[in-house]
Structure formats: C-alpha cells, structure tokens
Write a protein that binds this ligand. Sequence first.
Ligand SMILES: [Zn+2]
Length: 508
Amino acid sequence: MEIQTEAQLDKFKAAVAAGVEAQRKLAQVVNDTVFSFGELAYQEFESSKYLTSILEKNNFTVERGIAGIPTAWVARWGSGRPLIGLGSDLDCIPKASQKPGIAFREPLVKDAPGHGEGHNSGHAVVIVAALAVKELMERENLPGTLMIWPGVAEELLGGKAFFVREGLFNGVDVVLHTHVHDQFATEWGSPNRSTGMVSVEYTFEGEAAHAASAPERGRNALRAVELMNAGWDSRREHLRPEQRSHYVITNGGDQPNVVPALASVWYYVRETDFANIKKNFEIANKIAAAAASMTDTKVTRKLIGTAAPRHFNKALAEALQSNIVKAGMPAWTNDEQTFAKAVQHLTGGKEDGLRTETSELQSPPPKPEGGSSDDIGDVCWSVPTVLMRYPANIPNLPGHHWANAIAMATPIAHKGIVAGSKALAMMLVDLLLRPELIASAKDYFTNVQLHNTAVIKFLEPADQPQTHLNSDIMARFRPEMRKFYYDASRYDTYLEQLGITFPTLTKV
Ligand SMILES: [Zn+2]
C-alpha cells in the first residue's frame, strides 16, 4: 500500500472511531430499548419498528417483510460498490425475563421472555458504526452501499436460510456479522465447538378413543413420539461424538382419558459438516417412520429451520482482527469487575470477572468438536462473511439463561457495544478504501472455501418460515411487558427507569 493511502486510512479510521464515540448515548438508548422489548423469534415487531425508524430518519431506504417474514427488513444507504452487508440478531429467549444490574434472580415479568443471550445489543453496534461511516462517506464523497439487516428468529434458526433463498445477498460483496460475547474476537474457517443443523418437527396422527372404555379402538400418537425418542436416544450412542441433538414434545395430547390422536416432537439435529447433518437427519426420519409403523400412526415432518455449518473468511478475519486490536478492550471499573464476579458466583461459573485483553485471531482446529449453531452459516456459503464477537457480556455464564440478561442493559454492555462499534466502523473504512481486501476475500471464498466443500441446502421449495411461532406467548405477556418498555425521553438509562443502582450485589 502507498504511504499516502496508509496515512489516509489511519486518518479516516480515527474519524469514524471519534464518530462512534460521539454516539455513545445513541448506542446506550438503542441497546436498552431493544432489551426492554424482549421479543421472541418471529415476533420482533416493536424492535424492528424502532430500529427501522432510526434508520429511516438517517435516510436509509427500508424494505420490509423480507422472505415472507413480517418482522424482517433490510435498510440500504449509499450508491455503488462495494456493497457491504451488516447484520446482527434480534430475538430473545423464552422465560429469561430478568432485571438488569442486579446480581440475583428477579424477572421484570414472571415467566416472560427476555434477552437471556444479549441479542438486544447487536443493532446498537451495527447502527452506530454505520452512522459514523456514513458521515465519513458523505464528507469524503466515498462510493459504496451499506445494507443493514436483522437476524430475526435466530434462536429458531429460522431467518437467514430463507433470506438467502430469497436472494437478499445477491450481489453483496461481503457480510460483516456481529454477535454478543464476552470476548473481543474474530476467527476464520469453521469455528471450534460449532455445528450446523436442521430444526424439524415430527407430527404423528393416530385415532382418538375413550382411554378406559375403548382403548382397543385407539391408536396413540403420543406413544409414537415416545418410541421415536427412545429410538433416537438408543441410536445416539452410535453416532459420532461431534453430534448434538435435543428435542421437546410440543404436543403430548390433551387429557389422559382421551387417547392422543395427534402428538408432535421437535428435534434439533446438529453435526459439524453438511454430509453428517444430512446423514443424521435421514436417521431421524427413519426412526420416525419406524415409530409410526409400530403404532399404526402416520407421521409427517415440517422443517422449521436450518443452519449451515459456519465458515468465516480468512482475509476478512485478518483485517478485522487488526481493527479489534486497534479498538481495544473497554477499561472496566472495579464496580463492573465486582459485579461480573458476583453474577459468575450466582450461576456457579468460574469467578474471574470480565476479560481485559482482546483475543488472538482464532483459526480452525484440526479436529472440530460439536457445539452450538447459528444460521449465519447459510450466509457464509453465499457471500464472503466474517463474524465479530464484541465484549458486552460476562464470561462463564450458562448461555440461553436469565443470568445472561443481567449485564445486557448495564455499563458493561454499553461499553462493549462502543468498542465493537469502533472496530466495525474501522473495518468498513478498510473495505471502502482497499479494493484489494475485497478481492482477496472473494479469492478465498471461491478458491478455498467453496472449492473444498460440497454445500447441501436443506430447505425444500415447500418449506416456509413458521412465523406464527411464539405469537401466543407474546400475546400473553406483551401487555405486562409493555409497562416496562424503556422511555428514553424521561430516563437517562433503563437502570434509572427501573430504579436500580448499578451494581446491586445483594437483595436488600
Ligand atoms: Zn445468538
């Protein structure tokens, strides 16, 4: 790179980092507002309305209802190339309602959903970075298009594969995805302890009868579910140890004296590569058919979601890593460290507080172990993609748990978001000014990533997003939850609105 360009890059990066710093308040308000909405997969109505209104106020053009999902949208600003996608997830976790800033269990609304993973913070990172970069692009007349989109229904792996099928990423040069974490980190290749998966519901149909006076006339769909689960649990011992699989019974019948004519069980079948996901999915289908055969019931299946195994781009990860180092870890106060240790103590996690250093660039392990999935995997196989984990939560918590919500509307989250937003904004400067970076990202994507893997798409043309899911739960809880929506016009922070002094370590 020419010296002059290098100096200009540094100058522009300093400008966008200052731009993010100037929007610290906006970052806090966006984070706290989305936290207070606490919306489950496919029900992100308030969150989406709120975020798109901010983007429209800033002259982004918003398109809604992407891929037939009412809460999905895409916001675009700018013109010409590069076309850069910026994403983060949005939905929350069932029964994880929790007051922030207190190191003990106290829900905002009992049994209601809550941000027990921290997806409320992602769009604060993305929007603040995008606005800082937009300002620079306007001032310096830089060509390029920013495309912001939300990972709706990530917890059901029910958004991104549908977006890909819809063509949302056609023509996009690169995607930068962000996810809440306790690390400030990025990686390339397939991350360790990760999987891809299918999310599939099997429904058995039998025949109702009086369970006591005419049991011989019934054919019991619940028994079919039980036999399927017993079959899967036995077969599991003979699957590769990398697999992860779990199920919940979503319909077990109505009452004991009626032979259940309908019963359903919902499986997540996870493996580390496409071929093994397909293999285990076929085994599950075979076991379902066998259970139906044993009970003289009929079985049908519905694919609810899929997530391809993730694979992140090497060139993008290397560039992002240097911006993460440049942005640096937030400087945590003693109060924040003490609070983090109290929350770790509360959940039985290792009590070592918040991380103080950014992580090394992570490369793929020689032999990956199984772990969780994220449907960003589907985007990874369509466009060169990289993931930034920003440090807005406490380490060593259980995940998908109310305790993971505790820090998510406190100064810990607010500071982690600003750090993440700076790294993202500086990465955008690299992408706008260094066409060779996009060229190397595309070269890796085509000649290494796609060259070495046979991609399998699990969505069939008939599979549609199950957008009715969670609507009954939200209808039940929303009236109570609404009383706790954050009113940024009256309160400086959500903690202030709730009357919580940060940090509160014990119940008074
Ligand atoms: Zn997530």
